[in-house]
Design a protein around this ligand. Structure first.
Ligand code: SF4
Length: 121
């Protein structure tokens, strides 16, 4: 390897080593950006799980576990998968939070989906 090639190799390696932490930080920042808007009605995961912003509007014929007094108690706010956040969204009713399943947007604390599971007591 010539002196010029060795110098170029070392410069390139040092530059890459310096840039790596910056790239990793940027990538992590983007990946961890929390949602700030409600989950879109067109979200495939929300559709698949029957998510609704208002748990009183669940189609209990399709989701019979949501029927009756026990079903009425099932809300995002008491779901083990609700990461919360107590977020108010301008122009939207209620309090919103993050969901560990439907991650593309915020879910309403009074919402529900078929992945509901009780929070540990
Ligand atoms: S998994 Fe839980 S918190 Fe997420 S949408 Fe379904 S009921 Fe709500």
């Amino acid at each position: 390897m010539s002196m010029q090639s060795r110098r170029t190799f070392i410069q390139t390696t040092v530059a890459a080593a310096c840039a790596l932490p910056i790239l990793m930080t940027t990538k992590n920042s983007i990946a961890q950006t929390p949602p700030t808007a409600p989950v879109a009605p067109t979200d495939p995961m929300a559709i698949a799980l029957g998510y609704v912003d208002d748990a009183t509007k669940v189609d209990v014929a399709k989701y019979p576990r949501k029927a009756g007094p026990e079903g009425a108690k099932m809300l995002c706010s008491n779901c083990i998968l609700y990461a919360g956040g107590d977020i108010k969204i301008p122009g939207k009713d209620g309090v919103w939070g993050k969901c560990n399943v439907i991650a593309s947007g915020l879910v309403n604390s009074n919402g529900w989906c078929n992945s509901w599971a009780p929070k540990a007591a």
